[in-house]
Design a protein around this ligand. Structure first.
Ligand code: UDP
Length: 226
């Protein structure tokens, strides 16, 4: 039998289980869709009422179309799995919780996940595979790169540019940039710790902690208060 459409939430750990309810709601609205978890090292066959398959088992199912959402916070893993899925002919599946608010002129790339209570305001650009966890917001004129991850309650104020692969911990606040032309920029691959308050540009690849935020790692910059 060839199924019409199947859907996979990749990752049956913490984030995957948080995403599953609104993934399920979406699939239930499709008359002939079927939903699976995809996980390569999960002990149980069923998780929260959903069948768990390895990637290879999901790949073997005969279906006209396969859609996958990668519900794993680590951006390196997300990138590798996204490549693998696309190479196997699967399509990106963006998951947006029903109560997400997008105000005006919001453009998003592929494969994003927006959890409940997320708000994107006006004139916002979001890259591919962005994750915004519960209650996070992105305000006006922000530009967010690919594989960026927001933990719950990240407050990203207006005129902020966030480059690819940045991770921002729970409750971090990014101060508003001066203008669209002079934004606050968070460099590629930076990590912002939970609760940090970012007031100035952040170099690539550093870890920032505290209020005001200072650099925790990358030897030449360590301890510098921005
Ligand atoms: N995982 C997988 N294939 C991979 C890498 C990870 O199936 O190549 C699964 C892993 O088995 C785990 C989940 O992805 O169940 C990631 O869980 P973790 O708790 O690390 O991440 P989180 O849910 O917090 O994003």
């Amino acid at each position: 039998m060839i199924r019409k459409k199947i859907y996979g939430v990749y990752g049956a750990s913490g984030f995957g289980r948080e995403v599953l309810p609104f993934a399920r709601e979406y699939v239930e609205k499709e008359s002939d869709g079927e939903l699976f978890f995809i996980d390569d090292s999960f002990d149980e066959k069923i998780c929260n009422g959903c069948e768990v398959l390895s990637f290879d088992a999901f790949k073997k199912i005969r279906a006209q179309e396969k859609f996958v959402s990668i519900a794993i916070a680590n951006h390196n893993i997300r990138r590798e799995l996204a490549k693998k899925c696309i190479a196997s002919g699967m399509k990106n599946w963006s998951l947006v919780a029903p109560n997400v608010v997008c105000l005006d002129d919001v453009k998003m790339g592929e494969g994003v996940i927006l959890c409940p209570f997320v708000t994107l305001t006006s004139n916002v650009r979001i890259g591919s595979y962005f994750h915004a966890n519960l209650y996070s917001y992105v305000a006006h004129d922000c530009v967010i790169g690919d594989y960026v991850t927001f933990a719950p309650h990240v407050m990203c104020n207006g005129n902020v540019v966030i480059e690819d692969d940045v991770y921002i911990g729970s409750g971090a606040i990014i101060k508003q940039g001066n203008s669209k032309k002079r934004p606050i920029k968070i460099g590629k691959g930076a990590t912002i710790a939970a609760g940090a308050f970012i007031t100035k540009n952040v170099p690539d690849g550093v870890t920032m902690i505290g209020n005001p935020a200072r650099i925790l790692s990358r030897d030449s910059l360590k301890g510098k208060i921005l």
